[in-house]
Design a protein around this ligand. Structure first.
Ligand SMILES: CC(C)(COP(=O)(O)OP(=O)(O)OC[C@H]1O[C@@H](n2cnc3c(N)ncnc32)[C@H](O)[C@@H]1OP(=O)(O)O)[C@@H](O)C(=O)NCCC(=O)NCCS
Length: 181
């Protein structure tokens, strides 16, 4: 489905294809350069090859219990959202969410649309009941986005991340029950 953004461009939210590997890797590397809110560093992102990225995409195509959606604006991959079901049987009702969008495309409502699509998928998932993730405590915008969707803070690991300037940041765990068993 096409979404019309406030800046006049068109957003397509879609599943990935193996051929997206180079563009998705480029997007990931760019993200680690322009935001300190992701746990991956720039150096770590540079270590991934296109082959690694192809395998990363294949894992979602082969395993329908996980979700990866891409945000494509005018043919450019500008972000993604993923939900990964826990590999443990005792936690098969848990899905861990991750989202990131290129800075050039922030504040256009792409995050809200990706969250809507991913949560809709999770509700249809046969066993997923709770979505959770960690977010750095200084990432106010992301926390607001999650609150808008009813996610609540349920834990905090003090000083869990060290930023580029050497200061420590807490990691907040947020979660939401999306359906009952
Ligand atoms: C967090 C992120 C995904 C948000 O994406 P986005 O497309 O810019 O978000 P949206 O435009 O949909 O806005 C989402 C909400 O953020 C809130 N928001 C926007 N600007 C804000 C600000 N400066 N401070 C606080 N909240 C803000 C609004 O409530 C907005 O919802 P609304 O438009 O319905 O009112 C994006 O900024 C990003 O990728 N950041 C870098 C990576 C990252 O932090 N990922 C999350 C790791 S846990």
């Amino acid at each position: 489905m096409d979404h019309f953004l406030p800046n006049g461009s068109t957003l397509v939210i879609r599943r990935p294809r193996v051929e997206d590997a180079a563009a998705l890797l480029e997007c990931f590397r760019q993200l680690t350069m322009e935001t300190d809110f992701l746990l991956y560093s720039q150096a770590e992102a540079m270590r991934f090859s296109i082959r690694d990225e192809e395998d990363f995409i294949r894992q979602y195509l082969l395993q329908p219990r996980h979700l990866l959606l891409l945000a494509e604006v005018e043919g450019q991959i500008t972000g993604s959202i993923a939900i990964n079901q826990s590999r443990f049987e005792k936690q098969s009702h848990l899905g861990e969410l991750g989202i990131a969008i290129l800075r050039s495309h922030w504040n256009l409502g792409i995050g809200r649309r990706l969250m809507t699509a991913a949560i809709r998928w999770a509700i249809e998932h046969p066993s997923m009941e709770i979505i959770h993730f960690g977010v750095l405590a200084n990432n106010e915008k992301a926390i607001q986005l999650y609150r808008n969707f009813g996610f609540l803070e349920c834990g905090r690991l003090p000083q869990a991340a060290k930023t580029i300037d050497g200061s420590y940041v807490d990691l907040i765990t947020m979660a939401k029950r999306i359906k009952n068993p």
